[in-house]
Design a protein around this ligand. Structure first.
Ligand code: ZN
Length: 340
């Protein structure tokens, strides 16, 4: 078990990451603006050490309008005083805390998207500072990590666990094993469509087995998805030999991928979108996907939309009024290793 290298970052903390027991507090992001000229922006954090064992990083709130993961982490935190396990848990339930406080996908401090900010910069803007902290200070002391996402206000996902495809076979297998251990209904294997500025890409660079989730969304808290997240953490802890558990119910997940950028249906024009499908549904290429009503051009006829591919709807937009170019549906197909 190693101590994070705090001198690499301008973000500070009073939390001891090495001592036995549970400590709660915050990471302190110093960013002086008109709202907070001389104070700090708190990023809530908890560290729990129970003897020697693996270190598992649990992060939520990478995007500030995705609440299932943060809720599951707070539920787990409430159990930690009584939970018996071996090793170290590091919890950041609101990693991009200024964004979470505003229910905003991006940071109100710099307008940046944390999941497009890796590897970050210790001397950069706030979001880059947080990304740098994760990739260069915290991940190097971790044996595994889970980053919880949801659809946010803009979309709703069919609950999925995301594992990054890696050229390094050991890491590739470790990512998939962690995803299987989580035991959600779907595993979405990230390949060529993944962005190398993401948390997943950071873990890949650091050689740390990692999964992310996409759990429901819509800007609220779906209780079934919170249950899945909470139980998934315990299952992953068992997989990492951190905890002895009576077996929890296990699903056999479907392995999926976004095989092509063309498997996303985008809005062809502005208007009101009436979908004919929900997240998780099986759909067929060219079948009706819904209708787009050009609200501000009432003289135009409604636009009939069709699915660009056959497969499972991984995500559906959660907005009524959409702009040209917005994601309306993302279709996943069965995972084929050859596509990597
Ligand atoms: Zn997200």
């Amino acid at each position: 078990m190693r101590n994070p290298d705090w001198h690499l970052t301008r973000i500070t903390t009073h939390l001891d990451f090495m001592a036995e027991g549970l400590r709660c507090g915050d990471l302190r992001l110093k960013w002086s603006n008109a709202e907070m000229p001389l104070g700090y922006w708190p990023i809530p954090a908890a560290v729990c050490v129970r003897g020697e064992g693996p270190t598992l990083l649990l992060a939520g709130g990478t995007h500030g309008d995705e609440f299932e993961g943060p809720t599951a982490l707070m539920r787990l935190l409430a159990r930690l005083p009584e939970l018996r396990f071996q090793g170290r848990l590091i919890l950041f339930p609101a990693l991009n805390a200024p964004a979470v406080a505003r229910s905003s996908r991006v940071s109100p401090l710099d307008g940046a998207n944390l999941n497009r900010a890796f590897p970050g910069d210790a001397n950069g803007q706030p979001t880059a500072m947080i990304a740098h902290l994760v990739e260069s200070v915290v991940l190097p002391v971790c044996d595994a990590a889970i980053d919880f996402h949801s659809g946010g206000k803009a979309s709703v996902f069919a609950d999925s666990v995301l594992a990054t495809r890696c050229e390094d076979r050991t890491l590739h297998e470790a990512n998939l094993a962690l995803a299987h251990a989580f035991a959600g209904p779907r595993i979405w294997v990230l390949g060529a469509q993944n962005d190398d500025r993401s948390f997943n890409a950071a873990a890949k660079r650091r050689g740390v087995p990692m999964i992310a989730t996409e759990l429901s969304g819509g800007g609220g808290v779906d209780p079934a998805s919170v249950n899945l997240a909470h139980d998934g953490i315990l299952r992953c802890m068992r997989h990492l030999r951190m905890i002895d558990l009576a077996p929890l119910p296990v699903h056999t997940p479907r392995l999926l991928e976004i095989a092509s950028a063309d498997h996303t249906l985008y809005a062809p024009c502005q208007g009101l979108f009436l979908p004919s499908f929900g997240p998780g549904e099986e759909v067929t290429a060219h079948a009706p996907a819904g209708t787009l009503y050009p609200l501000f051009e009432p003289e135009r006829p409604p636009v009939a939309l069709a699915f660009p591919a056959s497969g499972v709807v991984l995500a559906r937009i959660n907005r009524g009024f959409v702009e040209r170019g917005e994601m309306l549906a993302t279709i996943a197909t069965p995972y084929r290793e050859a596509n990597g």
